[in-house]
Write a protein that binds this ligand. Structure first.
Ligand code: 26W
Length: 815
């Protein structure tokens, strides 16, 4: 189907009109912000026109819809990705050029919604894009955080956090829906009463918070499908306490309002570690309850109270455990508000909900203190208790007498509410995000559940939207691919496989190299502009970009660089092809070890920079404020992708896919989706090293990092440099803590629990092989082209089709 697209002339006209009607100005006197907004409004018009075309089709046909509940949606900027999905980016580019408006300026004027920490939030955003592109009816649901993830500044090599007030200039993309406001209740107590001979429950004396929805449209690629991301904002029903105000107690008059509205103020900046904070539980219930209330209302408006078909019309997906409280909330609504029996409500919930697990790290599994839960959500807590009682009855039949095992599987045990158990017990599908991750869920994390209900467990490897991560962020490569194999891959990434033969075409490889070089220049220019740092575009770009975490082992990368530095320093004849090591990482503000690792990387960068010979071969740069828009420039420029987590710890990884799609070669462990990248590209086109997940498991009992320190002189030297003032002469003990953790363990724990020193020699060997291969340009380019050509399976479209086949069973809308 062909769509009406705005022509260059129409775009120009529309833009001029937007400036006049919204800001009363002309192009010549408009501010940059006004120009951005005028462009965005023009694009929005085009989206809304399609929305109008497709609207009503779902309701008319009674199609099933998935609601993807996620505490995070890391959508990034929308303007240019929308132009891509409208398949009109070339007309926009031309219109802007003819009007003399700078594209980069327009792009960078858009505030970036940082409504997520990392992988889990970005995955949700890729999924929504794929759902729309596949014409599957969907809605994303999350919180409209007034402050997204903090912005990172580097001061003297340390991370400093700055608030991210992304909403200050307004948000062009959101459509407020005040008429669809719902109420969410906190605290109070539960009263029982009888009505028409049945036992009923109501909560009294609770605090009411209003949830006000805003919808952000997501248009599908080359499609008139528009799905909404619904973001909920907290508002107090009491604007002001008038009696207090009249008594002159102005602050007090605002207090209650502030307490309610704080719920949607900030995104918790933790990734993979969890704390039992009351506000976080309130956030989770706030958006889960609001979403479920909306879902039920929407269902009623289309189908009426035909509860038996609810699971045929509605799928609710729980993205990690953060929205798990949606399950007892739907129970509550069905029973307390619509008088369904326990059994019917339970059956509907099981058939409606599905759960994805994103981590096996114990510290990331949410367990709420039981009393906090009881006080904050008294009625939901009651329901959970009953769910738990019935569950434990069933478990008792399966595992008679095995108290410990049952305690381990229960929803509530040892005064804690165990959210993952709630999800596994009360949904119809549990999935891991890569093959190895799902295996670990089955064999370890949820093993006792797996043996009871093996068919419930599915593996669906993550994917990324190639529309943002290739078409939009790497137009040079996209055009080159078109010229080789046509443009069918843009709509269906399976066709990218047609590129494989071109790995052997010297002319194509040459052009591929030119595109990479151009992208390296683009990255270098931006780095100079943003941070005043110079890098050599002729050097190899080696990148590790992801949240900072011990299990991801940025530390191993850093120590490896220091070892290389030592070799250069010790041996005047030693040479390697010049390398630029690029780090991009935010550390959770309370995660001291992670923050110290940032300082370490920057200290190593300084050390290298001061060394006359080493600085010719090595350059270490730390990208400030790594975020979606930084990634969009980095991925196309990178040549080596560092995916070096301790095997068994990284559930999937998705940055690994973005790098490979853009032609970078992976150096990595057999972990997460690296295993599948290995399968896709073959052993020749990836650099695998290190312990396997099984070896790590066995290593917990036997590994002694100190033995490596004693026997390996090069490792001993870098370890000593952490405490001898080499890195920071004025504070020689600066990195004492890292040294101690690696050799002796942190407060009673095992030394080097992430096997950094163990894997380091194998990592160095793999790096050496990379340096060697890189000097053979033809060989290297073949591998690079193969990586792009084999990236089709990592398209989010493939992932979403699997979710749909295995879990949701939606039908694409015929528009
Ligand atoms: C409450 C603290 C907290 C916050 C976030 C605990 C856990 C999380 C997430 C589960 C962390 C996360 O983002 N996990 C990542 O999910 C990606 C998408 O599936 C995977 O690719 C990454 O491997 C996984 O670390």
């Amino acid at each position: 189907m062909e769509f009406k697209r705005m022509t260059v002339e129409q775009i120009k006209q529309n833009l001029v009109e937007k400036l006049r009607s919204n800001f009363g100005c002309e192009i010549t006197d408009a501010t940059e912000e006004q120009l951005y907004k005028a462009v965005a409004l023009t694009v929005r018009d085009e989206i809304m026109e399609r929305r109008t075309e497709s609207r009503g089709v779902r309701k008319g046909t009674g199609a099933k819809k998935v609601y993807y509940l996620s505490a995070e949606f890391l959508v990034g900027r929308s303007l240019f990705s929308n132009m891509v999905n409208l398949v009109n980016e070339k007309n926009y580019a031309q219109a802007l050029e003819e009007l003399g408006i700078d594209r980069t300026m327009i792009s960078e004027r858009e505030p970036e919604p940082g409504l997520g920490n990392g992988g889990l939030g970005r995955l949700a955003a890729c999924f929504l894009d794929a759902l729309s592109s596949l014409q599957l009816p969907a809605m994303g649901c999350t919180i409209r955080y007034e402050y997204g993830l903090f912005r990172q500044k580097l001061v003297d090599g340390y991370q400093v956090e700055v608030p991210d007030n992304w909403l200050d200039g307004g948000n062009i993309w959101e459509i407020p829906r005040p008429a669809e406001t719902v109420e969410v209740h906190f605290g109070g107590r539960v009263e029982q009463y009888e009505e028409d001979g049945r036992l009923c429950f109501r909560t009294v004396d609770s605090v009411v918070v209003q949830a006000v929805p805003y919808d952000i449209p997501t248009v599908g690629y080359d499609s008139s499908m528009v799905n909404m991301l619904r973001v909920w904002s907290a508002r107090s029903p009491k604007r002001i306490d008038m009696p207090a105000f009249n008594r002159g107690q102005y602050v007090k008059a605002m207090e209650e309002r502030e307490l309610a509205e704080v719920i949607s103020k900030v995104l918790y900046p933790n990734d993979d570690s969890w704390q039992g904070k009351e506000l976080r539980l309130k956030q989770q219930y706030f958006f889960s309850s609001a979403s479920v209330q909306y879902i039920v209302r929407d269902f009623l408006s289309v189908y009426g109270p035909q509860w038996a078909i609810f699971p045929d019309k509605v799928a609710i997906h729980i993205n990690d455990t953060h929205p798990a409280v949606a399950i007892p909330e739907l129970m509550r609504i069905l029973m307390d508000e619509h008088y369904l029996s326990w059994e019917d409500a339970e059956d509907i919930c099981r058939r409606t909900f599905a759960y994805t697990n994103h981590t096996v790290l114990q510290e990331a599994l949410e367990k709420w203190p039981e009393n906090l839960f009881a006080q904050t959500l008294p009625r939901v807590y009651q329901i959970l208790c009953e769910m738990n009682r019935r569950l434990c009855d069933r478990l008792w039949d399966a595992y008679p007498g095995q108290w410990e095992r049952i305690g381990h599987m229960a929803i509530i045990a040892y005064n804690q509410v165990h959210m993952a158990n709630l999800c596994v017990a009360c949904t119809h599908s549990v999935n891991g995000v890569s093959g190895i991750h799902t295996d670990i869920l089955k064999k370890q994390t949820f093993h006792d559940y797996y043996v009871m209900e093996p068919e419930k467990f599915v593996s669906i490897t993550n994917g990324i939207t190639h529309r943002r991560w290739l078409i939009q962020s790497n137009p040079g490569l996209s055009d080159l691919i078109d010229s080789a194999i046509g443009d069918k891959w843009r709509k269906d990434m399976n066709y990218i496989a047609d590129l494989k033969p071109f790995a052997n075409d010297p002319a194509f490889r040459q052009k591929f190299a030119e595109v990479k070089y151009y992208n390296k220049l683009r990255f270098s220019d931006r780095l100079r502009r943003m941070q005043g740092i110079e890098v050599n575009p002729e050097s190899m770009f080696d990148a590790q970009a992801k949240r900072l975490h011990e299990y991801k082992r940025q530390l191993m990368n850093a120590l490896g660089i220091l070892m290389l530095y030592n070799r250069i320093d010790e041996d005047p004849s030693f040479e390697i092809p010049p390398k630029t090591y690029i780090f991009g990482a935010k550390a959770a503000p309370g995660y001291q070890r992670a923050k110290l690792t940032i300082k370490l990387i920057n200290s190593i960068a300084d050390l290298v920079r001061k060394h006359p010979r080493a600085s010719k071969m090595i350059n270490v740069v730390f990208l400030e404020n790594y975020c979606v828009s930084q990634a969009e420039v980095l991925m196309p420029a990178a040549e080596v992708s560092e995916q070096i987590s301790t095997a068994g710890k990284e559930a999937s990884g998705t940055g690994n896919m973005k790098f490979m799609m853009n032609g970078a070669l992976t150096i990595g462990t057999m972990d997460g989706a690296n295993c599948e990248i290995f399968d896709a590209v073959g052993a020749d086109n990836i650099y695998i090293f290190g312990l396997t997940a099984d070896e790590v498991e066995r290593g917990y009992a036997s590994y002694r990092s100190f033995e490596i320190y004693e026997t390996n002189a090069a490792i001993r030297k870098v370890m000593n440099q952490l405490i001898d003032g080499t890195l920071c002469p004025e504070h020689p003990h600066m990195f004492q803590e890292i040294y101690h953790g690696l050799l002796f363990g942190d407060n009673g724990g095992m030394p080097d629990p992430y096997f950094v020193l163990k894997d380091l020699p194998m990592y160095m060997a793999a790096q050496q092989q990379i340096s060697h291969d890189y000097t053979d340009k033809d060989l290297w380019l073949k591998k690079a082209v193969m990586n792009t050509a084999c990236s089709g399976v990592f398209a989010a479209d493939r992932t979403i089709n699997e979710y749909n086949d295995k879990i949701w069973h939606l039908k694409p809308l015929n528009l």
